[in-house]
Design a protein around this ligand. Structure first.
Ligand code: SF4
Ligand code: MG
Length: 327
């Protein structure tokens, strides 16, 4: 059986102007990424702000076309003309329900919008379906006639989940779905997402800067750094024995810095590099405590193992150890 969702060597390069009179320069947000998800699985995608994880989400949602590579759903390559039908099978839940819900629309209008856009059913059916889906996400039917401003952050995120699920998608791309919420509300929403996955057999790509949040839901984790997947492993393996120095640093700091959150970056010493000027060689070398001269000039290639993937010169696939580790 082919994976339900697969990325093959996907890349995305933007032309970015720096300053008013600056020349356009290429910014590679996603650099040769290959990932696959099997049906019913939760793959966590972790990285700091600017690593390309949201660009990857947009490509999967058909909001951006990849510059290189292929996106396959059930083994079928998705072309530009397929993106609308794809939208019925892949739905997003975004980070900030404050900004992703139109404040001038009622909850009924917001949740029924995907049905109306795709011309599915009539007003009576929309009302019935909105009522059902609100119940499923734990909201009373009476909220239909209210507006986002009348709801709490957690309720708004439930509305965003209802809007995503009303299309009965198979795959849900969750991009930081709990980052804007209080910790206590976060766990309620994570639990809800877990229940919905089991009940409806959903497949999630769960994007977050926070490994602790990903651990809660994901069975496998891919770690992204400056556009590349630097490590991929099942969740237990990653938390027990992270192999890539970047993953190890993320685990030590657990909360990684995200602009606006004000969390100091204590482990990695310096700020996240500007993706328009990525470091030479291994892109992690300026922040890597294990970097050698070789790392500065030579980019490591991804090594696939039974455990997943790791992209680092020091990793020896034979012994499954770091070359500097005592045997
Ligand atoms: Fe660090 Fe070198 Fe490995 Fe890059 S290749 S993560 S710089 S040790
Ligand atoms: Mg983002």
């Amino acid at each position: 059986k082919p994976p339900i969702l697969e990325l093959r060597n996907v890349g995305k390069t933007y032309q970015v102007k720096q300053g008013l009179f600056g020349k356009a320069r290429p910014l590679t947000a996603v650099n040769d990424v290959s990932l696959s998800l099997s049906r019913g699985e939760v793959l966590g995608l972790v990285g700091e702000s600017g690593c390309g994880k949201s660009t990857l989400a947009k490509i999967l949602l058909g909001l951006e076309a990849p510059t290189t590579g292929q996106v396959l759903v059930d083994g079928q390559e998705i072309g530009d003309q397929d993106r609308l039908s794809l939208a019925r099978r892949i739905q997003p839940i975004f980070q900030d329900p404050y900004s992703s819900l139109n404040p001038r629309k009622s909850i009924f209008d917001i949740v029924s919008l995907p049905l109306r856009v795709h011309g599915i059913g009539d007003r009576t059916q929309w009302e019935k379906q909105v009522r059902e889906i609100l119940d499923i996400v734990g909201l009373p039917a009476r909220v239909m006639n209210t507006y986002p401003s009348q709801m709490s952050g957690g309720q708004r995120q439930r509305v965003a989940i209802a809007r995503a699920l009303i299309m009965k998608p198979e795959i849900v791309i969750c991009d930081e779905p709990t980052s804007a919420l209080d910790v206590s509300v976060q766990s309620q929403i994570l639990n809800l997402l877990g229940e919905l996955r089991r009940e409806f057999g959903l497949t999630y790509l769960f994007i977050s800067h926070d490994l602790a949040v990903v651990e809660h839901l994901a069975s496998r984790v891919a770690v992204m750094y400056l556009g590349r997947i630097v490590e991929e492993a099942d969740v237990a393996g990653l938390f027990d024995h992270a192999r890539h120095p970047y993953t190890q640093a993320l685990l030590q700091s657990v909360l990684t810095p995200e602009p606006g959150l004000g969390v100091p970056d204590t482990q990695l010493g310096m700020a996240y590099p500007n993706p328009i000027d990525p470091p030479s060689g291994c892109r992690f070398h300026p922040r890597c405590p294990l970097a050698t001269d070789h790392c500065k000039s030579h980019a490591p290639r991804p090594i696939r193992t039974e455990q997943g993937l790791v992209e680092c010169h020091l990793y020896d696939p034979e012994s499954q150890m770091y070359k500097n580790e005592a045997a």
